[in-house]
Design a protein around this ligand. Structure first.
Ligand code: ATP
Ligand code: MG
Length: 567
């Protein structure tokens, strides 16, 4: 491609809302342009990278035996009512009506559509298993579209679905996809980690993994063991045995203490001259509109996902001050589990701690020497908290949990029969008995990968594309287009490399060298060949974008090296 013809406009500065490095650089380098919040056009360079990601995804999925299809974006919402997701998916589902007042949704995901499709095509175990996939634009009215391609409202996803006749079949299909994902993300050049994730109430077996690209901008927190392979999303992560703050005192009876205006964990800890571990904080939630209390240690946070799974509810809301008073009759800061009239859920770390300080359910008072089980019911107990850094690993001895930030680029999930039951996707097994198909679903954020790569591969000058995804393999930059020798050599190199099937971008613009080099750094093609004053002597400069390493080489050697690199 000759850059003078390329539909490209680089910007010196990105709009101020581009906080993430990837958002900023993809805009500045003219890879994408925003049309509306979370809605982007892909310009030629961005589209080329995206197609390379797609190509890797296709190759690995085909190798894994999956077959490509394309389903409609427009989905009748009756299907969503049938599956039961219409009411729970919420405002992320973009709904619209046709001229006959029939309601449709713009597909955010395709479980309903694929299950209906397969249900009508397959009726015998002989046709199973099958894994189908598509690469398609998805629509989600995200509450906070941000960071450019990282969280769009319209984005490109690869979604795959497997259908099996039994659980072992699903396990195998899942494993095959899991391995394909490894290959895909490795080939894309991502630094990633696979983590256990929360499967929600439906997954049951809890078999779900997320593929996380490690990056500080990531919205997910990963808890990973310092010594074994255990890694989980914070939503799901558990800890091993806890260290507790031991006490030498005799545990006496509960004592009421006057604690005027002492409300927060910090204030209570200060007042009682103790650690936050010894304070049991009580939070009020409403689950399906019924109030309940959760007790966790003062240094811990409630994990609402764990709580939802325990309760088997979809709707869980933390009560504000007003609702807390309505549910307990106590001002916030002084609520405690002793004598509370609503159900009390107790985190196991509280039980392990054994004795602590709680609100006394009277304004300006706390209780000390409170023992769970003795002074308040602890029958409803479980793991209801987020792990914290330094917690022990649940899988090995001696390991400690450390936190990392990650961008979820892929997700594999065992669905079981949730959709096949709801939508009636059944088959006859070898004994002629009717059974529901067993499903798995597998997503990859194709456009999100672009941003994740840039987050991991950039410097102050611009992006640095890995070879496998670079929009072009080599950038030819003649220093002066007014110099006939340089122009001739550049054109010659351009033709030779192209004839060897190398993707070449030739900066034939009549611009100052500084402008060309800045643009070249910004775009981030892995190798740049500078055709400058040594060109008359048959020499060019070979520059690696990542290391900035420069070498002067005879033209033929530069050509040979690039051809070698490109294949
Ligand atoms: P997140 O927790 O980031 O919202 P999700 O759990 O909603 O993701 P899935 O429904 O599993 O995501 O979708 C499959 C993949 O699609 C995700 O792994 C992610 O890579 C990508 N993805 C999801 N939402 C978006 C979005 N708004 N913009 C870009 N990519 C997305
Ligand atoms: Mg989401």
């Amino acid at each position: 491609m000759r850059q003078s013809n390329l539909f490209l406009n680089t910007l010196r500065e990105a709009p101020s809302e581009a906080e993430a490095a990837s958002h900023n650089l993809l805009l500045r380098a003219g890879f994408i342009r925003q049309l509306a919040a979370g809605v982007y056009s892909y310009l030629p360079l961005g589209w080329r990278v995206l197609r390379k990601v797609e190509q890797i995804v296709r190759e690995e999925l085909e190798r894994a035996g999956a077959q490509e299809i394309l389903m409609p974006v427009l989905q009748p919402t009756e299907l969503w009512k049938e599956s039961g997701r219409y009411s729970v998916y919420g405002p992320e589902l973009i709904r619209l009506k046709d001229r006959h007042d029939r309601e449709f949704a713009l597909g955010p995901t395709h479980e309903e559509v694929i299950t209906t499709l397969v249900k009508n095509e397959i009726s015998s175990y002989r046709k199973l298993p099958v894994t189908l996939y598509q690469i398609q634009t998805k629509f989600r009215d995200e509450r906070r579209p941000r960071f450019g391609l990282l969280r769009g409202r319209e984005f490109l996803m690869k979604d795959a679905y497997s259908f099996d006749k039994d659980q072992e079949g699903l396990d195998q299909s899942y494993k095959t996809m899991y391995e394909a994902y490894f290959n895909i993300f490795r080939r894309c050049g991502l630094d990633f980690r696979v983590v256990e994730a929360d499967g929600g109430v439906i997954s049951g077996e809890g078999d779900t993994h997320e593929f996380m690209a490690l990056a500080d901008i990531g919205e997910d927190t990963i808890a990973a063991c310092s010594s074994c392979k255990y890694a989980a999303n914070l939503e799901k992560a558990q800890s091993g045995e806890l260290s507790i703050m031991s006490t030498t005192e005799q545990i006496g009876v509960v004592q009421k203490v006057h604690t005027p205006e002492v409300r927060t964990v910090e204030q209570v800890a200060d007042y009682f001259k103790t650690g936050a571990q010894r304070i049991f904080k009580t939070l009020i939630y409403t689950a399906n509109d019924k109030p309940l209390a959760v007790v966790v240690r003062g240094d811990h946070e409630v994990n609402e996902i764990k709580l939802k799974n325990y309760l088997g509810v979809e709707m869980l809301v933390l009560a504000d001050a007003e609702r807390t008073v309505a549910a307990t009759g106590v001002p916030t800061g002084f609520v405690g589990p002793v004598g509370l009239k609503i159900p009390v859920l107790v985190d196991i770390a509280v039980l392990q701690q054994g004795v602590g300080i709680t609100g006394a359910n009277i304004a300006d008072h706390h209780f000390k020497n409170v023992v769970p089980g003795r002074d308040f019911p602890a029958l409803q107990q479980g793991d209801f908290r987020n792990v914290i850094e330094g917690d022990s690993c649940p899988h090995c001895t001696g390991g400690e949990l450390q936190f990392f930030k990650g961008i979820e680029v892929g997700h594999v999930f065992k669905l079981g029969t949730k959709y096949s039951e709801a939508l009636g996707a059944r088959f006859l097994d070898a004994n002629g008995r009717e059974q529901a198909m067993i499903m798995g679903c597998y997503g990859i954020g194709v456009s999100r990968i672009l941003a994740a790569i840039v987050e991991q591969n950039h410097d102050e000058r611009g992006m640095i594309w890995p070879k496998s995804l670079a929009p072009y393999a080599v950038h030819l930059v003649p220093v002066s287009t007014k110099d006939e020798v340089q122009t001739m050599i550049a054109n010659d190199l351009y033709d030779k490399l192209r004839s060897h099937g190398v993707d070449v971008l030739l900066d034939d613009r009549d611009e100052r060298a500084g402008v060309k080099f800045n643009d070249s750094d910004l775009i981030g093609i892995p190798v740049r060949i500078v055709i400058g004053k040594d060109a008359v002597n048959g020499q060019v400069e070979y520059v690696e974008r990542r290391s900035s390493g420069k070498q002067t080489l005879p033209i033929d050697e530069a050509i040979a090296r690039i051809i070698d690199l490109a294949h």
